[in-house]
Design a protein around this ligand. Structure first.
Ligand code: UDX
Length: 436
C-alpha cells in the first residue's frame, strides 16, 4: 500500500512510522521545512520512546519518506491520512478544525485515481461528512471515500499502542474503502486484533466516548481518594477491590493530581460542546471537566496545608513537570496550576523534570530550574512530587533528607510507601491513603 500522512505532529509521525514498519510505503507531509529536513536526518521533534529508531530504520530502508510537497504524495497514494492538529478553540472549547479543512482542500486538488481519505485527527462527529463535502466541491471529478479511523495512542507508549492495539475502529461508508483499510491493518491479524467497522459517525464518537470514559474513571477514583482520606481508608485497596470486578476493570484507577495532557482535557470539552449543541448535554462529562479543573488547583492548597498553613517564606522543590512520565509534553499538566498558585502564595520554587524542562521554561515564570533531582532538593523546605518519572522512584532518601532544610514530602502520585517514608523521618503526605 502507498500511504500519505498529512501532518507530522504526534499522531502523524507515529502513524507514519508504524505503517512503514508494517511494510507499507509511507510519505509524511508537513509544511514546516525545518521539521521535514530534520526528520530526514533522524531528528525527531517529540520525545517518544522507540520512535527515533523506527523512523531512522524505515527511512534508511526506503519505506518512509518526508516531504513538504503534498502533490506527489497524494496523487500516488491509495490512502491519505489527515493527522493535523485539532486544538481547543479559544472561548468555546470546540475542536478547531481549520487545519483539517485546509488539508481536505489541498488533498482534493491533488487526488488521482480512487483514494481513501482517512481522518486520523480527533474530530467531532460529522467532520467526516464535512471533509467529504469539501473534497467533492473542490474537485467534483475526484474518486474517493472519506473514512474515520481514530487513534488511541498514549504518549510514552504510542509505538506499543499502535503496533499492538486492543482494537482498531474504522468508520466507512463504502465497501471499496473498507477493503483498503482492511489491507492497511492486515499485519495486525497476526495478533488477532479486532478491526471494528462502523458507520463514520459511530467511529468519530467512539474516540470521544472512550477518552471521556477514561477521564471519568480517573476523576471517580480521585474523588474516592479524597473520601478515603477522610474516613481512614486506602484508595489503592478500594481501586483494587473494584477493579477486580471484570465489569469495572483495574486500569485508569490510579489517583493523582488530576488528568492533563493533549487529549483528555481537550476531548472532554469538545464532547460536551458537541453534546450541548445536539441538545443532549452530557452532564456527567461536564462534571468530570469541572471536578478535574478544580482538583488541579486544589493541589496547591494541599501543599500549603502540609507545610503548616503558609509557604510565604518557604522554598519548595518540585520534581516532575510534564503531565505524565515518558513525555516532554506539558499541555494541561497539573504543574501549570500548582506552581503559579504556590508562587502567588509567596513560595520560591525550584524545579526539575527529566524531559520537560525546555517547554516548562516557556510556560512557567519565576521558577528556578535545576540540573537534576538532588540540586533541586538542596535547601528546600518541602518536596512536591508531581510526575511519577522512574528516576524519582529510586531517590536516595538519606541524601534527600540531608539536602533539604525540612523533611516534608507531598507525593501527589503515591510512588512512595508511607510507612517507609515516615521511617526515614519525613512528614509524608500522599493521595487517598491513611496518614498514620
Ligand atoms: C490518552 C488516552 O489514553 C489515549 O488512548 C488517547 O488516544 C489520548 O489520550 P495520554 O493523554 O497520552 O493518552 O495519556 P494517559 O496515559 O491516558 O494519561 C492521561 C492523564 O491521565 C495523565 O495526566 C495521567 O497522569 C492521568 N492518569 C492516567 C491518572 O491520573 N490516573 C490513571 O490511572 C491514568
Amino acid at each position: 500500500m502507498r500511504i500519505a500522512v498529512i501532518g507530522t505532529g504526534y499522531v502523524g509521525l507515529v502513524s507514519g512510522a508504524c505503517f512503514s514498519e508494517f511494510g507499507h510505503d509511507v510519505i509524511c507531509i508537513d509544511m514546516d521545512t525545518q521539521k521535514i529536513e530534520g526528520l530526514k536526518k533522524g531528528k525527531i521533534p517529540i520525545f517518544e520512546p522507540g520512535l527515533e529508531d523506527l523512523v531512522i530504520k524505515n527511512y534508511k530502508a526506503g519505506h518512509l519518506n518526508f516531504d513538504t510537497n503534498l502533490q506527489k504524495a497524494v496523487s500516488t497514494a491509495e490512502a491519505v491520512f489527515i493527522a493535523v492538529g485539532t486544538p481547543s478553540r479559544r472561548g468555546d472549547g470546540q475542536a478547531d478544525l481549520t487545519y483539517v479543512y485546509a488539508a481536505a482542500k489541498d488533498i482534493a486538488q491533488n487526488l488521482s485515481g480512487y483514494t481513501v481519505v482517512v481522518n486520523k485527527s480527533t474530530v467531532p462527529v460529522g467532520t467526516g461528512e464535512k471533509v467529504d463535502k469539501i473534497i467533492r466541491e473542490t474537485n467534483p471529478k475526484a474518486q474517493f471515500d472519506v473514512v474515520s479511523n481514530p487513534e488511541f495512542l498514549r504518549e510514552g507508549a504510542a509505538i506499543e499502542d499502535f503496533m499492538r492495539p486492543d482494537r482498531v475502529i474504522v468508520g466507512v461508508t463504502a465497501d471499496e474503502a473498507k477493503d483498503v483499510m482492511a489491507s492497511i491493518y492486515r499485519p495486525l491479524s497476526l495478533f488477532q486484533t479486532p478491526i471494528v467497522f462502523t458507520s463514520r459517525e459511530s467511529a468519530e464518537l467512539t474516540k470521544y466516548a472512550g477518552n471521556a470514559f477514561l477521564a471519568m474513571k480517573i476523576t471517580f477514583i480521585n474523588e474516592m481518594a479524597d473520601l478515603c482520606e477522610r474516613v481512614g481508608a486506602n484508595v489503592h485497596d478500594v481501586a483494587k477491590g473494584i477493579g477486580l470486578d471484570g465489569r469495572i476493570g483495574g486500569k485508569f484507577l490510579h489517583p493523582g493530581p488530576g488528568f492533563g495532557g493533549s487529549c483528555f482535557p481537550k476531548d472532554t470539552r469538545a464532547l460536551f460542546e458537541t453534546s450541548s449543541m445536539a441538545g443532549v448535554p452530557l452532564n456527567i462529562v461536564e462534571t468530570v471537566i469541572d471536578v478535574n479543573e478544580k482538583r488541579k488547583k486544589d493541589m496547591a492548597a494541599r501543599v500549603i496545608a502540609a507545610c503548616g498553613g503558609s509557604v510565604s517564606t518557604l522554598t519548595i522543590a518540585v520534581l516532575g513537570l510534564t503531565f505524565k512520565p515518558n513525555t516532554d509534553d506539558m499541555r494541561e499538566s497539573p504543574s501549570l496550576d500548582i506552581i503559579p498558585e504556590l508562587i502567588s502564595a509567596g513560595a520560591s520554587i525550584k524545579a526539575y523534570d527529566p524531559e520537560g524542562m525546555k517547554e516548562a521554561k516557556e510556560l512557567l515564570s519565576g521558577v528556578e530550574f535545576c540540573e537534576n533531582s538532588y540540586a533541586t532538593l538542596e535547601n528546600a523546605d518541602a518536596l512536591v512530587l508531581i510526575t511519577e518519572w522512574n528516576e524519582f522512584r529510586a531517590l536516595n532518601m538519606d541524601k534527600v533528607k540531608s539536602l533539604m532544610k525540612a523533611p516534608i514530602m507531598i507525593d501527589l502520585r503515591n510512588i512512595y510507601d508511607p510507612a517507609e517514608m515516615r521511617g526515614y523521618g519525613f512528614t509524608y503526605e500522599s493521595i487517598g491513603r491513611p496518614t498514620t
